[in-house]
Design a binder for this molecule. Structure first.
Ligand SMILES: [Zn+2]
Length: 133
């Protein structure tokens, strides 16, 4: 068995690279096994005025990341399930179908996703507006 010592800034190799690295974002909500994560601080200040605001759904156990639509992903959902699987979908139903059929993972419901994204993205926008004023 291989043993590794991780320093405080060592990126865990189980974590995908940016923009899917969950450690770049803060945990704000949990939906069953899914963590909902958003940018904070300087990341948020950079992304917000560029139309890049989005949230991340992170399934820690499976290492699956889903980004909500923004300019970063050309207004599509981006699913990153493994090194070999990064997929784009125009709607949440596509995300759900892919995760269930190809990875055996149940995504949050469409209603959960809709509420989470609309509330959190507008709140993020407001918090940045508050920083600027
Ligand atoms: Zn896949």
């Amino acid at each position: 068995m291989k043993t590794r010592i991780l320093g405080p800034n060592h990126q865990d190799e189980r974590h995908p690279a940016a923009p899917h690295d969950p450690t770049e974002r803060s945990l704000v909500l949990e939906l069953g096994p899914w963590e909902v994560r958003t940018f904070a601080g300087r990341f948020l200040a950079y992304f917000a005025p560029r139309g890049l605001l989005h949230i991340q759904y992170w399934h820690a156990e499976k290492g699956i990341s889903v980004l909500s639509p923004s300019r970063l992903t050309r207004a599509r959902y981006e699913v990153r399930a493994t090194d070999q699987c990064t997929m784009h979908f125009a709607n949440w139903e596509g995300v759900q179908t892919h995760l269930e059929a190809c990875h055996g993972v149940v995504a949050p419901t469409e209603l959960e996703a809709f509420h989470t994204e609309s509330v959190l993205v507008s709140r993020l926008g407001e918090s940045v507006g508050g920083l600027a004023s």
